[in-house]
Design a protein around this ligand. Structure first.
Ligand code: FES
Length: 146
């Protein structure tokens, strides 16, 4: 049994402590906004925040997360500037990687609201987008800064 605190709610989940967080949030809690991509910590599709730090949930066992504050894409308000910019600029193409991208961008601007273009590109390049929406992602992060 693990106790998790996700998007402001406490959950008790009956899983092995080694279970990756991604499985728990999708399969046990029904928070399916966070996506499974590579399962190896490489693509970024599964990114959530743990105490405001972007974290690859596919490789993070739940035992390391007890009593920590976790935020998924569902926990970011729909009127947050990052989500608004994403909609206004119609960033997604297939959309699969976008929850992870948005979570990363949200954390970046929280950490550094005045992040430079170079910093934005550098941080966001840790996420793979097979549709190649990188140009719109950069524009959306910059719009969210205004
Ligand atoms: Fe976790 Fe790719 S699914 S990094």
């Amino acid at each position: 049994m693990v106790e998790l605190y996700i998007n402001g709610k406490a959950y008790r989940v009956n899983v092995e402590e080694e279970t990756p967080l991604l499985w728990v949030i999708r399969e046990h809690l029904g928070l399916t906004g966070t996506k499974f991509g590579c399962g190896k910590g490489i693509c970024g599709a599964c990114t959530v925040l743990v105490e405001d730090s972007p974290t690859r949930s596919c490789i993070t066992p739940v035992k390391s997360l007890q009593k920590k504050r976790i935020t998924t894409i569902e926990g970011i308000p729909s009127n947050h500037p990052v989500k608004v910019a994403w909609r206004e600029l119609q960033v997604p193409q297939c959309g699969y990687c976008q929850p992870g991208q948005i979570v990363e961008a949200y954390a970046l601007l929280k950490r550094n609201p005045k992040a430079s273009k170079e910093e934005i590109v550098s941080v966001m390049s840790s996420h793979l987008c097979r549709c190649g929406t990188y140009g719109r992602i950069l524009k959306a992060v910059q719009r969210a800064q205004k």
